[in-house]
Design a protein around this ligand. Structure first.
Ligand SMILES: CC(C)(COP(=O)(O)OP(=O)(O)OC[C@H]1O[C@@H](n2cnc3c(N)ncnc32)[C@H](O)[C@@H]1OP(=O)(O)O)[C@@H](O)C(=O)NCCC(=O)NCCS
Length: 159
């Protein structure tokens, strides 16, 4: 991870993001067009980049005025698995979303995705629900949520 930087995605990352999406997911993939739109929607799509290019991405969505943001997608290149890239992307997402005042981050994950579930639970996500028949192939999704620590300046303004 030493030489890996987390930064917002740029238009020049589009080819790499599309390739990563194909590599990481069999179905339910984001289209090139969707990726392009998310790059334009500032700060929602983060990439982990090293000297060899894009090693992973995290995509988060939110609604103005909402209390929770949603981790829409997370993917790391197979050649970079197990080196802390996923964890670093999530840490960056947590910081950014908390700084925007969101109280929690929610996500859905395939029930059979042991690696991702271990990553999320290790970072403090808790199961709170399940969707039957959620993915294109009929697999179920677990719903996970992580409470976020609000920056100190906002902490006392709620009472
Ligand atoms: C899930 C994914 C993002 C993890 O990224 P990663 O960079 O390999 O993960 P990290 O190296 O940051 O690992 C962090 C934690 O993940 C878990 N993990 C990583 N590899 C694992 C493995 N082979 N088996 C079980 N848990 C594993 C561990 O909890 C690990 O913590 P540890 O290092 O303290 O043991 C990556 O495997 C991926 O892109 N998978 C394909 C796409 C996908 O499933 N995305 C999630 C959709 S919800």
């Amino acid at each position: 991870m030493r030489s890996t930087a987390i930064r917002p995605a740029r238009a020049s990352d589009l080819d790499a993001l599309e390739a990563l999406e194909r590599e990481a997911f069999i179905g339910d993939r984001l289209s090139r067009r969707a990726l392009k739109n998310f790059i334009a929607a500032r700060d929602r799509l983060l990439v982990a980049a090293d000297r060899e290019g894009v090693a992973g991405y995290a995509l988060v969505t939110w609604r103005k005025g909402g209390r929770r943001a949603r981790l829409y997608s997370l993917a790391v290149s197979r050649r970079k698995f197990g080196r802390g890239v996923g964890r670093a992307l999530l840490a960056a997402v947590h910081r950014r979303v908390a700084a925007r005042g969101y109280e929690a981050l929610r996500l859905e994950v395939r029930e059979d995705n042991k690696r991702a579930i271990a990553l999320y639970e290790g970072l403090g996500y808790r199961r709170f629900g399940r969707y039957e028949d959620y993915y294109e192939d009929g697999a179920a999704a677990l719903r996970l949520e992580k409470p976020l620590i609000r920056p100190a300046s906002r902490k006392n303004s709620r009472k």
